[in-house]
Design a protein around this ligand. Structure first.
Ligand code: ATR
Length: 279
């Protein structure tokens, strides 16, 4: 039984926050892994993120997830950052321990876990097309590089932002040219994995990726999710690709955070199935 007063407390901080699925995901993880914890939603004022974190620490919370629009601010207030959070410039997971606020980022590792474990597609040796060069894309590059792909081509509407990402991550490449940038209009060849990390799907739009990027052996992943497939997913499927939305990434980033806090990686598949049916 979870005891509201003695169990370790966690929450997800955002604004807005009512829509967040994190409480149900973590409650399911806690139940299946036998962990005694409470996980709540926490609405922070738009100008009050730091104050909210200070209150949580004072009240004895053990950690928190951070979502829109506070991921950059969370990186700024952390007293310690993991290497991947520092490179992402963003934090989605905080641990409060020994007077420190430790920031980490499990979004990229969550996407890798969804592709490698859930979709069964290894990234080692593969050609990856990463669409977008904003905050979401930045968090994906290092976890992808760690899988040893042959190439990661970053394509962005604003080419200069993609160039800046390549410059930032070149030192982490295992061979010259492993990470490169192109404009959306200069994408060439077919890819094994195409990730839509732009925010275009939020506006029912899609980046102008060529049909020839997709083939029968391509996995196309949109990091957004919804009841219906995004325009990007429909386009990729039309041109022969297998497609996934971002629901698996959502569950896997939560599992990575849960593992950081509790030292146990929970089973994710039942939670993913349950969430899918409730969309
Ligand atoms: P996020 O944190 O979701 O990544 P962001 O940092 O604002 O948000 O980045 C949004 C990304 O989506 C950018 O790469 C943006 O391209 P630009 O750098 O050219 O702005 C991309 N994006 C948003 N809408 C898009 C659209 N309709 N077509 C193509 N790219 C789009």
């Amino acid at each position: 039984m979870t005891d509201q007063y003695s169990a370790d407390r966690y929450c997800v901080i955002g604004n807005p926050i009512a829509h967040s699925k994190s409480p149900e995901i973590h409650a399911a993880f806690a139940a299946t892994s036998g962990q005694d914890l409470v996980y709540e939603r926490c609405l922070a004022p738009l100008d009050g993120f730091a104050g909210t974190v200070r209150r949580l620490v004072a009240e004895g919370y053990r950690g928190a997830n951070v979502t829109v629009p506070f991921k950059l601010e969370a990186a700024a207030i952390a007293t310690r950052l993991s290497a991947r959070a520092r490179l992402a410039g963003a934090v989605n997971t905080l641990r409060f321990e020994g007077g420190e606020i430790v920031g980490d980022n499990t979004d990229g590792p969550g996407l890798v876990a969804d592709i490698v474990r859930n979709a069964g597609v290894a990234l080692a040796g593969k050609r990856v097309l990463l669409l977008g060069a904003g905050g979401a894309a930045r968090g994906i590059v290092l976890p992808f590089l760690e899988q040893g792909p042959a190439a990661i081509v970053i394509a962005n509407r604003t080419r200069a932002t993609a160039d800046a990402l390549v410059e930032q991550f070149a030192a982490h490449a295992s061979h010259p040219g492993q990470v490169s940038a192109v404009g959306m209009d200069a994408i060439e060849g077919v890819f094994d994995v195409v990730v839509n990390a732009t925010s275009a799907s939020l506006a029912a739009d899609m980046p102008p990726v060529p049909a020839a990027s997709f083939g029968p052996d391509t996995l196309a992943v949109d990091i957004m999710y919804g009841k219906e497939p995004s325009q990007f997913m429909e386009f990729a499927a039309l041109h022969g690709a297998a497609v996934r939305d971002g629901l698996g990434m959502l569950v896997e980033q939560a599992a990575e955070a849960f593992a950081l806090w509790r030292g146990v990686r929970p089973a994710t598949m039942p939670v993913l199935v349950q969430l899918r049916s409730s969309l």
